[in-house]
Design a protein around this ligand. Sequence first.
Ligand code: ACO
Length: 455
Amino acid sequence: MKRKTVTIVNNLTGQEEEFPLIEGNQGPPAFDIRSLYPKMGLFTYDPGFKSTASCSSDITFIDGEEGILLYRGYPIEQLAEKSCYLEVCYLLLYGELPDREQYAHFHRMITTHSMVNEGLRAFMSGFRHDAHPMSILVGVVGALSSFYHHELDVSDPEHQEISAHRLIAKLPTIAAAAYKYSIGQPFMYPQNDLCYSENFLSMMFSVPAEPYNVNPLEARVLDLVLLLHADHEQNASTSTVRLAGSSLANPFAAVSAGIGALWGPAHGGANEAVIRMLEEIGDVKNINAFIDRARDKNDPFRLNGFGHRVYKNYDPRARILRKAVHQLLADTKTSDPLFEIAMRLEEIAMKDAYFLEKKLYPNVDFYSGIIYRRLGIPVNMFTVMFAVARCIGWIAQWKEMISDPERVIGRPRQVYTGPKDHEYEMPDQRGYPTGSTKHCPRCPQSRWSRMGSSS
Ligand code: ACO
């Protein structure tokens, strides 16, 4: 009879050990190597976690080969067509779609927590006027913990819940305030009669001096973009949130760490990089030169918005977004030269042997920036938009991690390749330059100077 195990043989010693297979509901099984070191004195080596499942999770599933994305089992295409961002937030956080009463309660909770403490205004004013809004977001979200220190017991389900609601509710307010700060306009308060994406647009673009009417078309497309970014299983920023949270750090600190991880151009920063790249290309006639650069091993340039660790097929979110851009431009009877370049770039790349062989397809970031631009959101806010949308994924994954009976602090091991057997040499043996006696007594500079040596 076949056993659901994997046997590892150490060919140096002949030691053989069996490890259990863990099977999820979909996707490849994993073998459980938690007892590998105690049994065999070995570590596994997997930089970038290319073959490592760091946890088990009920939240999101991706089949990268087939280009499938499910939130709690629901296909992303169905949610994109029929649901809305806040309902998806409920789904990700609680595991099922809400009934009418549950949704009304959740909506009320998020709406009534959207203001931030007035003390945060003083905090914001400490940033340079031209600070990147992501730098403001990292700082301010971490600082939220200083306002709620009485409700930060991570083992208390009520504290978990209120922290989750606060984060989902306040991220748009903080994001819009970061933008307002950068252009020198007053921060706008949230309006409780507006829905999530309407409220965000209002806080971004209204001013106290005149009335502002949210464009329902723009609110709808923004809601879709938020929904598509809501969660994506164990990506770099989510893994960062889980790792930071595994030390029992409070959820504001953990999410702030996730925002830092999201910022890079290999992750959420790609949406900003895509638009800058399309602007640099400038004309369809220049596309081939950029494709050549992306193919060139000696050129660090990559086609931003292409490729993904998990998807080896078209990212389903990119397909939905491409359609949404078409729709938005048709509905508003406008065109966007960058969209023309993006579509032509995709067309050329999708026939190119390099991209086909490496299975590099457009990812979610390839088309999201074109929508943000059309909504009037400046390029340096794009990654902030991603953070606003992904906040629910981070907090749902954090909640799952913190409630997991198997949770332990995340602490990878390493293969050490540094020097060994160094013996300490006294400063005079190493020719330290003359130092000041102001240094602390243990500092080599002051020890050297006490010894009275001169160089
Ligand atoms: N342009 C050109 N070549 C690429 C690209 C690209 N965009 N992406 C990957 N490749 C090449 C790599 O050079 C590598 O080639 P090699 O096998 O000859 O060494 C091969 O494809 C595999 O790429 P890796 O970097 O090993 O794949 P990995 O899974 O580590 O990286 C990543 C995935 C970071 C997303 C990568 O594809 C990339 O840098 N893309 C551009 C940035 C981007 O769009 N990021 C957003 C990702 S989606 C998100 O975070 C929401």
